[in-house]
Design a protein around this ligand. Structure first.
Ligand SMILES: Cc1ncc(COP(=O)(O)O)c(C=O)c1O
Length: 371
């Protein structure tokens, strides 16, 4: 009898309506779907999520080994002081203007939670990094997409101030295009806006300029960085942002108490301190990017000049999904994207020279055989 009652109780609990308890905003949203990650045992050349194809600095691996030898039984430094000092030294800025995150996605979440409440407005360009919209949805906030012009410049409506607007995200370089908005224009945008402007510089190490020094000039500018791309540390999860200390102090209240673990803090500190590795790596990636761009253009694709570690390849005369499928069937993953009202494209991450040769050879084969 007792066990029967317990059984019916468990059954009842299983039947609890998701709709009744989960916030309607969460029920309504689709959720962000990250780029495909091959399962264990699947061998792909991965050119789909803009990871760095090279091994990170050996100083990073030494730092991880040393930190691991100290053990992980204690909580880490809640604010990642060593990283804040390294960033402060690198850019000659106040360490109190630096906030560490468990990848820059964590920082983008902290930013949205800090600035954008339910029913308020977040602005982003279009097409861009899809996660921004999901972050607004989680908050129960509205998001407003302002379409790039066809040459990837931004219309003036991007900096129109409105009363509900609380935060603006601008990835620079943008994904998927790899294009940049000049620094002078970013300052102009920020000065017109009534709210903070987050310049997401996930790919800025592959570009010619960055906006970290603008933070001191205009306190509405917040710059977000990741170590996933230019430092070859996507598996580690580390990012940081630079903002006026008055914003950082508020975001400290929102972040998880220990959002970065002790191994990641040690590794990130070593990575940020190794400028020689960074220079050598970005030089290699940028050279391969030029070769990839030129060859894709020769193949008949439109490829905007990229300032990131990927290229955005479009063609009006043929459908691109079959090329994606062909590459995948031959062991190469690229990113196929089809943006409503904008169009489709193949985003190809810059791999090693050999990986890019392999990818280009297959695309050429496809174009010869299938067209
Ligand atoms: C524009 C942009 N911002 C942020 C990120 C997230 O980087 P992280 O690995 O640090 O979370 C990505 C990842 O692809 C990105 O494309």
């Amino acid at each position: 009898m007792f066990s029967f009652c317990l059984f019916t109780k468990i059954q009842k609990n299983r039947n609890i309506h998701v709709q009744h308890y989960v916030r309607p905003e969460i029920i309504a949203m689709n959720g962000y779907v990250p780029g495909e990650q091959p399962k264990a045992g699947q061998q792909y050349v991965k050119l789909n999520t803009n990871e760095n194809p090279y091994r990170a600095s050996e100083k990073v691996y030494d730092a991880i080994r040393q930190a691991a030898a100290l053990g992980v039984s204690r909580y880490p430094d809640p604010v990642g002081t060593a990283v804040r000092m390294a960033v402060s030294k690198k850019f000659n800025i106040d360490p109190d203007s630096v906030l560490c995150g468990n990848g820059s996605d964590d920082l983008l979440t902290i930013l949205t939670r800090t600035f954008v409440g339910s029913g308020e407005l977040l602005r982003l360009p279009y097409p861009t990094y899809i996660l921004y919209r999901s972050l607004a949805e989680i908050q129960g906030a509205d998001s407003e997409s302002v379409s790039f012009n066809s040459d990837w410049t931004l219309p003036d409506t991007f900096f129109a101030a409105t009363s509900k607007l609380r935060l603006v995200f601008l990835p620079n370089p943008n994904s998927p295009s790899g294009t940049v908005i000049p620094k002078s224009r970013i300052l102009e945008i920020a000065e017109h806006l009534s709210c903070p402007l987050v310049v997401d510089e996930a790919y800025a190490d592959f570009a010619e300029e960055h906006c970290i020094d603008l933070v001191e000039k205009c306190d509405k500018i917040i710059v977000c960085r990741t170590l996933s791309k230019s430092y070859a540390l996507a598996g580690l999860r580390f990012g940081y942002l630079v903002a006026s200390p008055k914003w950082v102090a508020q975001m400290m209240k929102v972040k998880d108490s220990y959002n970065c673990d002790s191994l990641a803090i040690a590794a990130a500190t070593a990575a940020i301190g190794d400028d020689d590795w960074l220079t050598e790596n970005r030089t290699k990636i940028m050279a391969t990017r030029t070769r990839l761009t030129e060859q894709m253009r020769r193949f008949g694709f439109d490829v905007p000049t990229s300032h990131a570690n990927f290229t955005w390849n479009t063609r009006k005369d043929i459908s691109l999904k079959p090329i994606y499928d062909f590459l995948k069937n031959h062991g190469i993953l690229v990113r196929y994207m089809d943006y409503p009202q904008w169009g489709e494209g193949l985003r190809i991450s810059v791999g090693t020279e050999e990986q890019i040769d392999q990818c280009l050879n297959l695309i050429e084969k496809f174009l010869i055989e299938k067209l």
